[in-house]
Write a protein that binds this ligand. Sequence first.
Ligand code: SF4
Length: 148
Amino acid sequence: MRATRAIYAELDQRPVQRDCIRRTECCQFKLTGRTPMLTAGEALVAAAALRATGRRSLPESADEKTGRCPLLNPAGKCLIYDARPFGCRTHFCSAAGGPYTRDEVRDLVRRLEEIDARLGGDGPHALPMALEDALEKILHPARGAQRR
Ligand code: SF4
């Protein structure tokens, strides 16, 4: 988790002009046609942040039409904004400056993939599933160890 957070901090230091003003357009997966894909390290960071809110499971997504992210609360705020996954930090809507290009973040993506491999992951998974798995690991670490 430390290594993943270090990557997020490094991204924040990059001199690329983007300005997320939390319009949450990119959090409506059906409308955008995109669901963030999380590597194992990202999922653990996000799950730990969700756990820190006192939750033991993913909130039910309230809006079938937009397929809104389950981490977007009814007031339209991300429950884990400071721990949001890499995709949420790089796929900006056009109002916020547009998405990062692959070249701008290729090295960081590679490091996330390396962390995924070290954690025994098999590549990125869609946010809801990745978070459910990571929550299970945090809540029941012994079960994961037994499965391995
Ligand atoms: S994790 Fe937060 S920023 Fe990312 S899609 Fe969900 S609500 Fe939006």
